[in-house]
Write a protein that binds this ligand. Sequence first.
Ligand code: GAL
Length: 989
Amino acid sequence: MDFRPLLLAGSALALAPMAQAQTALPPVAPAPVQQFGRVSFDQRSLMIDGRRVPIWAAEFHPYRLPSPDLWRDVLQKLKASGFNTVTFYFDWSYHSPKQGELDFAGIRDMERAITMAGEEGLYVITRVGPYVNAELARGGFPGWLNNQKARARTDDPDYLKAADEWLAAIDAIVARHQINGAHGPVILHQIENELSQTSPVHRRYMDHLYAVTRSHGITVPIFHNDQGRNGQWVPDGSPVSGVVHGPVDMYAFDGYPGGTCTADGKVSRGNGAPDWGYYGTGGARGGATASPATPGFLAEIGGGWFDYWGSNGIYACNAQQTGAGYGRLFYGTNLANGISLQSIYMGYGGTSWGWLPAPVVFTSYDYGAAIAEDRSLREKALALKPIGGTLAALPELAAMVPAQKLVPSSDAIRLYHNRSPETDTRFILATHQAGHWTDDTSFTFAADLPDGHYRFPPIRLNGYDAKWIVAGADLAGQRLVYTTSQIQTAQAKLLLLIGRKDEAGRIVLRYGSRPVVKAPAGVGVTWDAARGDLVLDYTHGPLATVEISGGGRSAVTLLLGDDAAGAACWQADGVLACGPALLRHAVKKGGTLALTGDTLAPSPLRVWTQAARVTWNGAPVAMRAAAGKALEAVAPLAGPAPIDLPVLQNWRMAEGTPEALPAFDDHTWQRIDHRADASQSQKPAGQPTLTMDPYGFHEGDVWYRARFKGDANAQRLSLTYGAGGAGMVQVFLDGRLIGQQDLPAAMPRPITTGNLTLAMPDMARAAGDHVLSVMVRNNGHNWDLTAMDEHKEGRGLIAASLEPLAGPAFAVSLDWRIQGRSGGEDFADRTRGTPNNGGQFGERMGWHLPGFDDRQWCATGPALPQGAAGTNWYRTNVKLNVPKGQDATLALAFGDTAKPRSAAQYKVLIFVNGWNMGQFIAHVGPQRIFPIPEGILNHRGANTIALAVTSDGNPANAPETVRLITLQNRRGGVDVAQVAAPATLPVSN
Ligand code: GAL
């Protein structure tokens, strides 16, 4: 169906200019400032209240973490990792179970997400669709939209009416939290998503979106994200020809460069960072040549990638592929190219719980992101901190222009050299040249810098990495001539510089007279009286403290360290603290500095403060004076206590496939008829409408039952069905499984529909009444990346025929009924919402809910014995007691977690306290570990786990052992309330 040749082609197109780009072109003539309330921009950067701000953003989807209190944890971690902005997609489907209904309660409270981001000191970029893609079922379109004949993503009035319903609601929320008027955090707003169809109907659609967005009170700049740097939807008025103009204020594009991981989880390296701006072909502007009047803007820049059903598990590899060196190299190259707005996709991926995922992904949306699915900070998050730190210290980096070409001593090296037209501050990025990505190179160069002509000392660049070198800046009350280290934190009297372990570093500072320097052994101090330069040479390692005073400047403390030393240092609320695993906040009140944060183990604490007293997570900490005007804790901060997890036992079991039995009462089910169907899947003439959507069933499993009279023609059953990625069909005749089929897992383009032909057993030809029962598991509607209504591919049965071996199709008349989620679009569980349930019998009967009384079920102890063909349910209750004040992520682990898949063939829907937390497919994989966020899982109380296991009933396909495991455990965290949700609900068969 719909993988992303287009995206890749887009990226490939965007990559093409790279090879030729070597010489910087002179900057174009200044473009006028365009003002949108407090937000404005010219061709070089965004400005807020007239001040230039580099936008350094990371994407997070609150709907992929259904425990709202934990949103704060993620937002604090993004902030602590150095980002100044969070980007939110919103999922229309999440909020709209049926046309005319929009729900923003509880886990859907997006107003709370935006508010929280503001409280945590982040700007917000809002991306409301209506179409968002995002590896969501239907790309975020609600299920009911699948019944609309109007072509989506066009100006068809029916579609626009539907989209306007959503936009009016979500825009009203966004509007209330804009920086304009409300002083909220929202600074930029995206309409649509990678709309690569650009015909007049699409142009009019975009015109409509822009107009309604403005009419809904959105006053910040509006943009769209081009699929690659293709010049699609460039602001009207751009003088460039050959691009597609549109009703947007800024041009933005997406890019996923840097290579991918192979299916077996190996890192593939070798792709350089594209020059998508100044240093690209003809590219005087980061906004692409397409849009010379707007700043370079990557609405999505790859910070990982998603993973597919049937892979060997590539998230760990993705994390490495887009790791520390990648970040410095790619994000640095973007910046050097004048791309002053970058949003990393994803900052935190999370979980596509329930039926959120599109067929291209399984439950985990870890993405190899900086913050892992279990909310732990990956090494690469720690390496992003200095990038954010450099940008925060020197916002002028956001608005530089190419400066004089620099020539390195080695051909393997490439130097980008930019300067600020306002301050003349320099940004020099050293990368390897294409073809040298694995080289370990030592090089030097000379440059005319604002403070004179300098030859740099030898600098080492090892492999897939880049050096961020700054020169000619006023920083921490000092004059920085240059440094070969990277700036992680700059405060009024403090400068933290980092570099790779054991590599040499230098900082040169300018003084009126020789300052007094207190430096540990190992830091070489040279005074160049002629220039007034203090030169410090050192090797990056454990944190070294240098104190400088006099020389006609205010005193400063320099902290010099390697990556690990930098990783242990955090800035929050203007306070620097080193030692713990995270600093969330530093609040000064009276003489007390109240620090909050996390430890993973007993940790030292060193903090630079004037406060007399320090508390850590509310408890006083005995401190003493330490080097560099710091305070340090006398004793280490405590680490977390280990967590004792109970073994899952006392399972109870029930068979859950009564629909297969001839006597099952289905009179309340809907009759299959010939109703109108907007499906893209053609059904043979004369067939009734079998697909599930027209009957109000959009998510998960759907059942069909057909009665027929025994007939000599009943020789073969032919089914066409739609089941999404790794979906399935099971067919029963008079209570007996006569066939099943899994859609084969194919990467990266899933197979989403199938044909199943079964030879009918003799029974079907015996006189009398027979019942055919068919279950289709719909693993998601397609996304609509190409804007061709791909999401309307049929789901459930598409066609069914009981026929002779040779002869007419539909020879035997089948009288069908259909049943899906209880209540269809009027389902009762509005709390857990649209993604939670499909139409399994157990779901319809509330077997997944914590309040269900399972005492009548068969007790099986610690075992999960195989049951009959179809779906069997297993339930157990478990009490947890995670120590108070600890933030852990617990998970359910299935079978042998060292292997991506099992020999046993079965599928499990995983319910925790009534929440559908994902699907385990034993023989497809790769996911075997399912993190359950606190708030869904009660960490200090009772929990109910219910598993719906579907198989052919063969003993070899019995479910494997299920365990609770701890994925991460820290002392600290945020307060998490249990998400309130009903324990029981009305049932219907
Ligand atoms: C982009 C798209 C996102 C997401 C991403 C891949 O092209 O805009 O929604 O699908 O690719 O994860």
